[in-house]
Design a protein around this ligand. Structure first.
Ligand code: TXA
Ligand code: MG
Length: 662
C-alpha cells in the first residue's frame, strides 16, 4: 500500500537515494500510520463499550495515543516552518515540544483513568460478552499492526530512519498486547476466571507509560538539553577539515526546535592570513554546516602563533603545519627524509623549538653553526627518541645519569656523558663529553625515530636572540635558511632544558631550567649548581655560560625582586625614558598592569603562575622587539623554584643591567 501511495503522491518516488524523497516516504508512512491507528481506536472503542470489556477499551486508547504521537510529528514540521517574528526571533520550533508535553500529559491522564476502571473491574468482575464482532475486530487489529510493523521495519532498514524504527517496535508491542486480550477473552468466556480487569490493567499501564515517556522527552528539551555528543564531534570535524584552521574551542550549540539550531565556536587560525582569505574560508564552512546539518554556525576567529600551511618562500623554506591528526605522520616522514639527506629541519619540543640536523653527519652539523651564526666552541645537544638510543653514543652511563633518565625522561633535562667515538667532534666542539636529551614531545620523538639517528638541535634562533617558542618566531629568524619548519604550536614549557653534568664526582647543574636544584636534590642529594657567568679569559665548563644570550634588540633593564618599591621604581624609569622621547616597553605581571599606561605595556600573566611566565617570556620579548621599542623594563621574580631559571634568562637578556637596592 505504501508503495502504491508513494507512486501517487511522491514525485520521483523511484529516486530513493534522494534525501528529500526519503523524507517524503517517512512522512507518508506517518500519515498512513495515523489513519490506521485512528481506525483501530474507533472500532475498538465501540466494541469495548458494547461488550463491556475494560481491556478492549484500554487497548483502543493505546491506539489513540499512537495516533496522537503521529499528529505531533506532523505538526512539528509545520511549526518549524512558521516564520519568526519580532517577539520570537528564533521561530516557533519549540511549540512542538509544548504541544508534545500537553499530549503526553493527556495520555497519562487517560492511562490513569483506565487504570482506576481496571482496578474496579478486578474488584467487581462484570460479565462481558466476547462476541464474534469483538474477535473479528481484535484479529483485524493484530493483522493491521503486523502490517505496520512490516512496512515501518522496511523503511527503517532502507533509510535508517529512527522514527520508523520506533513505530515498528511499538507495533510489535501492540500485537503482543492485543493477542493477550484475545487470550484473556477466551479464558474469561470459557472458564470461571475473569481476566478482563487484569488485561485492562496491564494495557492501561502501557498507555500511561507511552504518555509519560512522551512528556518526559520534551521536558528535558524544553529545559535546554545538551545536544548529542555526535553533533559536537561532527561540527568539530567539519571545522578541522579546513586547511586553514588549526584548532577550535568553546563550541556551543543551542537547540530552538527542529530546523532551528544555532551554534558558535572560536577557530584558531594562522596569524598571517589575509582577512579576505579567512573570511572566505569561514563563510564556506558555515554554508557547508548549514546544508549538511541544518545548523546555523557562527565562527569567531582567533589568530594564533602559527603560519599558513605550505607557504614556501622564494628562499625555499617549507612550512609544515601539524594539527595533531593522522596525516601528521606522513608529513613528519618527509621531514625525516630531509634530516637523513643532510638537511635542516626545525622541530617543536616541549621547551623551545630546535634547529635539527643529522647528529652523526659533520657537514649537516656545520650548517647549523653557519645558519645560527653560532660560535663553534659551543657544543650541541643530541636528541634521542628512546632511552636505549643513548648507549652507543656514550662511553658509559653513570648510576646518577641512569636514575635521572629513569625519573625525568622524556622531559626538559639534558645530561652530559663521556662521548663514544660514534659522536663527531663537530657536535661536542672537540670536547670529550656529549650532551643528550630525550624531549617530551610527540613530533620531536617521531621525527628522531623516523630519521633513525640522533638529531643535533640547538634552539632555533639566531645566536644571542631569545629562543623561539612558536613557529612565527622561528620563521622570523630562519626563513630561507632551513629546509623545513614543522609547526607544532606553542611550546608548553617555554624555557630551555636544565643542563646537568653527571661525569663529575658530584653532579652539577650548568644551566638552570624547568627542573631546579630542589627537584634534582630530591633524587640525588649532592647536586650542585655551577652556573656562574664566566669571566673574560676563563674557560667555561659549559660554553653556553659565557655568552650574552636571549637578548632582545632593545636594551633590557631588569628590576630585581628584592628592590624596594619595585613597581614604583619601574614607573619612575618609565616616565623618565618616556619624557626623553624614547619608545619604552614594559614587561610586568597582570596584577601590576594598572600602574602603567602606554602602548607597549605587556603582561606576563599572573604573579601566582610562574609556569605561564616561563611559557610566554621569550615570545613577549620578541613581541616587544617587533613593536620597535628601544628600552624594555622587566619585572623580576623571586629566585626560587622555576623563578631561578626565569631570572637566569632575564639576567642574561639584560646583559647585566640589573636595578637592585645597592
Ligand atoms: O631545551 C633545550 O635544551 C633546547 C631544545 C631544542 O632541546 N636546546 C637548546 O640547545 O637549548 P642550545 O644549543 O641552545 O643549548 C645547549 C646548551 C648550551 O648552553 C651548551 O653550552 C650546553 O648545552 N652544552 C652542550 N653540550 C655540552 C657539553 N658537552 N658540555 C657542557 N655543556 C654543553
Ligand atoms: Mg640556545
Amino acid at each position: 500500500m505504501i508503495n502504491f501511495l508513494a507512486s501517487k503522491f511522491i514525485k520521483n518516488y523511484n529516486d530513493t537515494e534522494n534525501p528529500q524523497v526519503q523524507s517524503k516516504y517517512i512522512s507518508l508512512s506517518g500519515v498512513v500510520g495515523l489513519f490506521l491507528n485512528l481506525f483501530l481506536f474507533a472500532s475498538k472503542l465501540i466494541v469495548g463499550i458494547i461488550s463491556g470489556s475494560i481491556a478492549i477499551t484500554s487497548d483502543s486508547f493505546n491506539n489513540l495515543s499512537d495516533s496522537l504521537t503521529s499528529v505531533i510529528a506532523i505538526l512539528g514540521s509545520t511549526f518549524a516552518r512558521m516564520p519568526s517574528d519580532e517577539k520570537h526571533p528564533q521561530g516557533h520550533g519549540r511549540l512542538e515540544y509544548i504541544a508534545s508535553l500537553l499530549v503526553g500529559l493527556s495520555i497519562m491522564y487517560v492511562g490513569f483513568e483506565l487504570f482506576k476502571k481496571s482496578i474496579d473491574s478486578i474488584k467487581n468482575p462484570q460479565a462481558f460478552t466476547f462476541s464474534i464482532l469483538s474477535i473479528a475486530v481484535l484479529l483485524a487489529s493484530i493483522l493491521v499492526k503486523i502490517y505496520m510493523y512490516k512496512y515501518n521495519n522496511d523503511l527503517y532498514k532502507r533509510f535508517d530512519s529512527s522514527l520508523n524504527e520506533g513505530v515498528a517496535k511499538d507495533a510489535l508491542n501492540d500485537v503482543i498486547a492485543t493477542t493477550g486480550i484475545m487470550i484473556s477473552g477466551f479464558v474469561s468466556q470459557y472458564t470461571k476466571f475473569n481476566l478482563d480487569g487484569i488485561a485492562g490493567l496491564l494495557i492501561s499501564i502501557m498507555v500511561f507509560k507511552t504518555g509519560f515517556e512522551f512528556a518526559q522527552s520534551t521536558v528535558s528539551i524544553l529545559l535546554g538539553e545538551a545536544p548529542s555528543e555526535d553533533l559536537y564531534d561532527e561540527l568539530g570535524r567539519e571545522v578541522m577539515d579546513s586547511k586553514l584552521i588549526r584548532g577550535y574551542h568553546d563550541l556551543q550549540i543551542h537547540n530552538y526546535g527542529r530546523g532551528r539550531v544555532l551554534a558558535s565556536l572560536h577557530a584558531e587560525i594562522p596569524y598571517d592570513l589575509t582577512i579576505i582569505e579567512i573570511h572566505n574560508e569561514i563563510d564556506e564552512i558555515e554554508r557547508r554546516v548549514l546544508e549538511k546539518y541544518q545548523v546555523d554556525l557562527v565562527i569567531h576567529m582567533d589568530p594564533t602563533y602559527s603560519i599558513k600551511e605550505g607557504k614556501t618562500s622564494e628562499k625555499n623554506t617549507r612550512l609544515i603545519d601539524l594539527s595533531g591528526n593522522d596525516q601528521d605522520r606522513e608529513k613528519i616522514k618527509e621531514a625525516a627524509e630531509k634530516i637523513k639527506s643532510g638537511g635542516l629541519v626545525v622541530m617543536p619540543t616541549e621547551t623551545v623549538y630546535g634547529l635539527g640536523a643529522d647528529g652523526l653527519n659533520p657537514d649537516a652539523i656545520n650548517k647549523i653553526f653557519q645558519v645560527k651564526n653560532r660560535p663553534n666552541d659551543n657544543p650541541l645537544i643530541l636528541h634521542v627518541g628512546e632511552k636505549d638510543q643513548v648507549e652507543k653514543l656514550v662511553k658509559s652511563i653513570p648510576d646518577s645519569a641512569k636514575l635521572l633518565m629513569d625519573k625525568l625522561w622524556p622531559g626538559p633535562l639534558t645530561i652530559i656523558f663521556e662521548k663514544s667515538s660514534l659522536v663527531p667532534d663537530e657536535v661536542t666542539a672537540g670536547g670529550p663529553t656529549v650532551a643528550i636529551r630525550m624531549p617530551d614531545h610527540k613530533v620531536a620523538r617521531e621525527l628522531i625515530n623516523l630519521s633513525e639517528r640522533p638529531i643535533a638541535a640547538p634552539s632555533a634562533n639566531i645566536s644571542g636572540k631569545p629562543s623561539p617558542t612558536n613557529a612565527i618566531d622561528v620563521y622570523q629568524d630562519l626563513n630561507g635558511k632551513v629546509d623545513i619548519i614543522l609547526d607544532g604550536g606553542v611550546c608548553d614549557i617555554g624555557i630551555e632544558s636544565t643542563v646537568v653534568d653527571t661525569t663529575t664526582k658530584a653532579p652539577k647543574i650548568y644551566r638552570p631550567g624547568y627542573y631546579g636544584l630542589d627537584t634534582l636534590r630530591e633524587l640525588i642529594g649532592d647536586f650542585e649548581y655551577d652556573g656562574a657567568l664566566v669571566k673574560e679569559g676563563e674557560i667555561p665548563k659549559s660554553p653556553g655560560q659565557k655568552y650574552k644570550h636571549y637578548a632582545p634588540e632593545a636594551d633590557l633593564y631588569l628590576f630585581s625582586y628584592e628592590l624596594n618599591d619595585q613597581v614604583k621604581k619601574m614607573k619612575e624609569a618609565f616616565d623618565e625614558y618616556t619624557s626623553m622621547g624614547k619608545k619604552v616597553g614594559v614587561l610586568v605581571f597582570e596584577e601590576n598592569l594598572g600602574a602603567f599606561s602606554g602602548e607597549y605595556i605587556v603582561s606576563m600573566g599572573s604573579k601566582a603562575d610562574l609556569r605561564e611566565m616561563a611559557r610566554v617570556l621569550f615570545a613577549k620579548l620578541r613581541e616587544l622587539d617587533r613593536m620597535g621599542v628601544e628600552i624594555i623594563l622587566a619585572q623580576g621574580v623571586e629566585e626560587k623554584g622555576l623563578g631561578f631559571a626565569i631570572m637566569n634568562r632575564l639576567k642574561k637578556s639584560s646583559g647585566g643591567k640589573i636595578i637592585s637596592n645597592d
